[in-house]
Design a protein around this ligand. Structure first.
Ligand code: SF4
Ligand code: SF4
Length: 332
């Protein structure tokens, strides 16, 4: 297992972390086994959140007796002081810990939300209070918009940032990582397999990016072993170049999954756009195509939607000027 110095914190973290979004689907006994197996393997960053159902409780029950062997990161997606204060105390109880190593203010995707969080009655006030009292060691922020994170880390001395990073969403590599590194901020890339849809071979792209922790999600020890196996050996220069070329192609849809757009026809725009170039150019296996088709909704309605023919409703909302309609019509 490779370890990294985590920004300017004193933490040494495993390059592969444990994303625990899927733990709610497992029994407690399965969680006990997989979490202890991960720690035995040397994975020492465990990532969870208040809104991952009973993930925090399961982690607390499974490994609290080994608390000095792991770094725990959890998240609150609440925006007000009162709500965030409650969630921080609740996380401490559920995780059976006296302190949280990294507390993320979660899923901040617009300037308006950032202002709310940082305002007089915002979540940051609760986080700072908890840090002062010793309940939190490091303060972090997570977002689907790496370019916004790059702005916000200049406004507040965050210890760490968390964002999407995979071969289909490689935006953080240019938009954020150089800025975070310069400021000594720890970096965590999540959704490295885009929720289990990407071929694990393509997670190797992340190995040559300057990110401290990458977070695959695991549903079983077999999946964990498979992921670790793919991430063990660093790519040589030839493979690195190939993976970077693939990332340029696979991310050319330009959608950050910032969720600022909506479709009145019920099309799940991000689930239609993000895999589009991956499936057409890189891996169009039946399994992957079927999975994405099931998620993206009725894309054929886009062609006949009369409201959108002149000016697509969704495109008015997109801060990245993605040609959403044109891309969706190419799929339907
Ligand atoms: S252009 Fe298509 S995807 Fe966008 S809002 Fe209209 S129907 Fe929905
Ligand atoms: S299409 Fe634009 S607004 Fe919609 S999620 Fe993607 S980047 Fe955000």
């Amino acid at each position: 297992m490779r370890y990294k110095s985590f920004g300017k914190t004193n933490l040494q973290v495993s390059h592969i972390g444990f994303g625990s979004m899927h733990l709610p689907k497992l029994t407690q006994s399965e969680c006990d086994k997989i979490l202890n197996y991960a720690l035995d393997l040397g994975i020492n960053y465990i990532d969870t959140a208040q809104n991952y159902s009973d993930s925090e409780e399961k982690i607390g029950r499974a490994i609290h007796h080994r608390r000095n062997q792991y770094v725990i990161g959890t998240k609150t997606n609440k925006r007000t002081y009162k709500q965030a204060k409650f969630e921080i105390q609740d996380s401490l109880k559920k995780l059976r810990t006296e302190f949280i190593d990294i507390l993320h203010i979660h899923y901040v995707n617009s300037d308006k939300e950032f202002e709310q969080v940082m305002g007089m009655d915002g979540a940051m006030k609760a986080v700072e209070e908890a840090k002062e009292a010793g309940y939190i060691r490091n303060v972090a922020i997570s977002s689907h918009r790496p370019d916004k994170l790059a702005e916000w880390v200049k406004e507040y001395p965050f210890d760490s940032v968390l964002f999407h990073l995979n071969i289909c969403q490689s935006f953080a590599v240019k938009d954020l990582l150089p800025h975070a590194k310069k400021l000594g901020i720890g970096t965590i890339g999540m959704k490295v397999l885009a929720g289990g849809f990407l071929n694990p071979l393509h997670s190797r792209y992340l190995l040559t990016q300057d990110v401290d922790i990458i977070l695959p999600g695991f549903m079983s020890i077999t999946e964990l072993d498979e992921n670790v196996q793919y991430l063990e050996q660093l790519p040589d220069k030839v493979e690195q170049k190939q993976l970077e070329q693939l990332a340029d192609i696979a991310s050319s849809h330009n959608c950050r999954r910032c969720n600022q757009c909506e479709c009145p026809q019920g099309i799940k725009i991000t689930d239609a756009l993000i895999p589009s170039t991956y499936l057409t150019e890189i891996d169009n296996s039946t399994k992957r195509t079927k999975m994405w088709k099931e998620k993206r909704g009725p894309v054929e309605l886009c062609r006949v939607c009369t409201i959108c023919i002149e000016t697509p409703e969704c495109e008015k909302m997109c801060p990245y000027h993605v040609s959403i309609r044109e891309r969706i019509l190419n799929l339907s």
